[in-house]
Every structure is written in structure tokens, then in C-alpha cells.
Design a protein around this ligand. Structure first.
Ligand SMILES: NC(=O)C1=CN([C@@H]2O[C@H](COP(=O)(O)OP(=O)(O)OC[C@H]3O[C@@H](n4cnc5c(N)ncnc54)[C@H](O)[C@@H]3O)[C@@H](O)[C@H]2O)C=CC1
Ligand SMILES: O=C(O)CCC(=O)C(=O)O
Length: 410
């Protein structure tokens, strides 16, 4: 008997936003997924609510806020892909409660961010942003005042993860002395040294570069009080998230000449599109490099991200694997060539696995393989079964109390 419960690939709809790279489309096409709605820009919230109703997969970057309210309209949604590192723009818990894994690309743009920051360090240490602005205005101030080589200077990195540690290595290759602060104990690369307090880092380094994720604990990490702890004449760089720095306090420190300059790529409020003007108290400073959240925007990064996240979509859709999902129990699965594969996502409550297994006993269906992972909230069990007809089986599994969703793979 043919299986009537899994969805034909041509009916599985992908909604891709914010101009994700062509590689993503290529990966999906190669895997047989052709039902793709592609947008170069982010959608307005109302447009998104409409578009997401029919989508099984959605791909986005940092401009799309996938709030719990918007997810309420996403009744067919199977998975979310952030074509970037940050996942703070997605209501992760709400997605998990609906049984929707969220994938991202945790490494693909990290080198691009580290290279941008390195360039900014070199430019700010030589006063190039201000010199460039002055010459554009017709002013000719040939001077070495306040202009320095980076060799022998102290770089302080806040957050020694994928980006911070790469920056550490390339900065050392220019002769910089690297120190870092991280809430976790981290293996220092090269000659870098971990310091035990943020205050120590801020007050002793010539350049501070922020590389922490957006979390409740990193909100306003660089508050007015912390900005006041920066070494006089130092440089502050933020290519992490806009919520991490108190921009008004930074503007005040620049106004008073307490710090030498800054480079800011991310802002508390970023324009939703190119049509919206960018407002910031930092716009007036020649010694501040302002960029429109382009730390990860290189051809290389975007190509890699397109391939990586689309491949995670394909793997989840074809095979059920949730490896590297950020909000979901991670299951890495072998291929299921002959058996039928059933995915069951449920609230993590005592006894539910027994009830699932009882369905197979009652139906006299042999389980060829079973994979289970749980987290505090949900359980994800994948069952390979030796049966041709899974229609009744799926209905019975769906009716178990505590089930969030169940499906049979194509
Ligand atoms: N400007 C841009 O276009 C881009 C920005 N990003 C941002 O950069 C962030 C960092 O990226 P990765 O290095 O890949 O992340 P990661 O997760 O590899 O590293 C983050 C590090 O920060 C540390 N950390 C967390 N809270 C901290 C705190 N309160 N104080 C000190 N350290 C803390 C963690 O222990 C970890 O070592 C991302 O979360 C993202 O928001 C990432 C890519 C592009
Ligand atoms: O490229 C983007 O849209 C966002 C990059 C970013 O901030 C990230 O990867 O977390």
C-alpha cells in the first residue's frame, strides 16, 4: 500500500527572505525541493504573517524578527533557518514549544567579522576615519599626533569564542599583545592571556573589541559605568550586537574626548530597510567608523552560509537529523533506505515514550531502530519501522496526549 501521509517534495514550501545566497536555492533544487518563495528583502510584520501561513521552512537573516506572535500564524512550519550566527531575532522558546527546530551557521562568517575588526583597529590607530573625512571636506591636516602602530599595543577581546579567538590569532601576527575576558575558562591561543574581570581588561587595554552574543546578561554590558572604566585614549569596537553598548554613554565619552575612537557595526535600532534613514548620536563623530551591520557580509561568508543552512534544511526534511539545532534536542541519524521513518515531537513528560512504544505493540509493527533525545521541555524520538502503511499509525501517535507533532518522512 502506498504511503499517503508524507508530503510530496513539490508541496513542501520554502520561504527565503533577506536575499540569502543563491547557493541555498541550488542546494534545495538539487535535493528535489522546487517550491521556493524568494524575497531579496525582509518582509514587513503583516506581510510576514501572511507569507508564513503556507511555509514549511523559513530562511532569514538578522533583519527579520520572528516573534512568538508571528509564529502563531505559522501552522505548517517545520523548521527555521537563520542564515547567520545570531539567533536572537527568533523567539526560540516559542518555536521549540511548537516543535520547530531553529538552525544557524555558527562558523561561516566568523573570519569575515574578525577581518573587518582588524581593519578597523588599523584604521582607528592611524586616525584614518577622521583624516579621510577631513580631506573629503578639503581640509589638509598632515600630522602624526595620536597616530600609532599596532605593534606592541594591547588588544582586549570580550568574548573569546569563534570570532574573538580568530581575531586574537591575526592580531598577534601583527605583533599585538592579546588579552581576553570570557565568562567561561577558554584555551588561550598563541600568547593570549585570559583575565579574570572585565574591569581589568577595560582599564588596561588600548583597544577593546566585543564578541559576545545577545543575551539578557550581555544587555548593556558596556554601560555608562563600564565605558567610564575604559583606558583614557582607547578604542571601542562593537561588531557583536547593538544591545551590548549604551550608545548615549559612548557618544558622551567621545564628546568629552575620553576615548580615541570607535567602530560600531550593530545598533540598538537598525533600519528595517535601505529606505529608512539611520539615526544615531554617533553620526557626527569623524573618529567613529559606522557600518550597516555588514560584519558577516562578504561573498565568501554568504556563499558558505547559503550552503550550510540549506543543507541543514534538507537533512531535517529528508532524514530528520537535528544536529546543531540551537533550541531543540539534537539527533544525528543514519539514512533510512528501506524502513519508514516516523518523527514524534512531544512534551517531555514521564510515561510518554511508553505510550508511543505501546502503539507499535498494539499494531504489531516491528521497530527497526529508535533514536531519542530530550531537553528540559521536549522529547524528539525518531522511529524506523518495517511497515508500508503508516496512516493509522501516525493518527494513533498524534492522538497521544502531550504530542506536539508527528510526521512521516518523504
Ligand atoms: N556584525 C556581524 O555581522 C556579526 C555579528 N555576530 C555576533 O557576534 C557574536 C559572537 O559570535 P561568535 O564568536 O561566533 O560566538 P561564540 O558563541 O563562538 O562566542 C561567544 C563568546 O562569548 C562568551 N560570553 C558570553 N557571555 C559573555 C559575557 N557576559 N562576558 C564575556 N564573554 C561572554 C561565550 O562564553 C563565548 O566564548 C554572535 O553571537 C553575533 O551576535 C556574528 C556574526 C556576524
Ligand atoms: O548577515 C546578517 O544578516 C547577520 C550577520 C550576523 O549578525 C550574524 O551572523 O549573527
Amino acid at each position: 500500500m502506498t504511503n499517503k501521509v508524507s508530503l510530496d517534495k513539490s508541496k513542501i514550501k520554502f520561504l527565503l527572505l533577506e536575499g540569502v545566497h543563491q547557493n541555498a536555492l541550488d542546494v534545495l533544487h538539487a535535493a528535489g525541493y522546487t517550491n521556493i518563495e524568494y524575497h531579496k528583502k525582509a518582509l514587513e510584520p503583516d506581510e510576514l504573517k501572511e507569507a508564513i501561513k503556507e511555509a514549511h521552512f523559513i530562511g532569514l537573516r538578522s533583519r527579520t524578527n520572528l516573534t512568538a506572535d508571528i509564529l502563531e500564524h505559522a501552522n505548517k512550519l517545520i523548521a527555521i533557518g537563520c542564515f547567520c550566527i545570531g539567533t536572537n531575532q527568533v523567539a526560540l522558546e516559542a518555536a521549540e514549544e511548537k516543535g520547530i527546530p531553529v538552525f544557524n551557521a555558527p562558523f561561516s562568517n566568523t573570519r569575515s567579522v574578525a577581518e573587518l575588526v582588524l581593519g578597523e583597529i588599523l584604521l582607528l590607530m592611524r586616525n584614518i576615519p577622521a583624516a579621510n573625512a577631513q580631506v573629503h571636506r578639503g581640509e589638509w591636516n598632515k600630522s602624526a599626533a595620536g597616530s600609532h602602530e599596532v605593534r606592541g599595543k594591547k588588544l582586549g577581546i570580550v568574548g573569546y569564542g569563534h570570532i574573538g579567538s580568530q581575531l586574537s590569532i591575526i592580531a598577534e601576527s601583527l605583533g599585538m599583545n592579546v588579552f581576553f575576558y570570557d565568562v567561561e575558562t577558554k584555551l588561550p591561543l598563541g600568547n593570549a592571556q585570559q583575565v579574570s574581570t572585565l574591569e581589568e581588561l577595560l582599564s588596561s587595554c588600548d583597544i577593546i573589541s566585543l564578541h559576545v552574543p545577545e543575551l539578557p546578561s550581555t544587555k548593556n554590558l558596556m554601560s555608562a559605568e563600564r565605558i567610564a572604566q575604559l583606558k583614557p585614549g582607547s578604542i571601542l569596537i562593537n561588531a557583536a550586537r547593538g544591545t551590548v553598548v549604551d550608545i548615549d554613554a559612548l557618544a558622551e565619552a567621545l564628546e568629552q574626548g575620553k576615548i580615541h575612537g570607535a567602530a560600531i557595526d550593530v545598533f540598538p535600532k537598525e533600519p528595517a530597510s535601505a529606505a529608512e534613514a539611520f539615526e544615531s548620536p554617533l553620526r557626527k563623530f569623524d573618529n567613529v567608523i559606522l557600518t550597516p551591520h555588514i560584519g558577516g557580509s562578504t561573498a565568501e561568508a554568504q556563499e558558505n552560509i547559503g550552503t550550510e543552512v540549506a543543507s541543514k534544511f534538507v537533512k531535517y526534511s529528508d532524514n530528520g537529523s537535528t544536529l546543531s539545532a540551537v533550541n531543540f534536542p539534537e539527533v544525528s541519524l543514519p539514512e533510512h533506505r528501506t524502513a519508514k521513518r516516523i518523527l514524534h515531537i512531544h512534551h517531555n513528560r514521564p510515561g510518554i515514550l511508553n505510550k508511543i512504544n505501546q502503539v507499535f505493540v498494539d499494531e504489531n509493527i516491528n521497530i527497526a531502530a529508535q533514536y531519542l533525545q530530550t531537553d528540559a521541555k521536549i522529547g524528539y524520538v525518531v522511529i524506523d519501522v518495517e511497515t508500508d502503511d503508516s496512516t493509522d499509525l501516525l493518527q494513533k501517535l498524534k492522538s497521544i496526549e502531550g504530542t506536539i507533532r508527528a510526521r512521516v518522512l518523504f
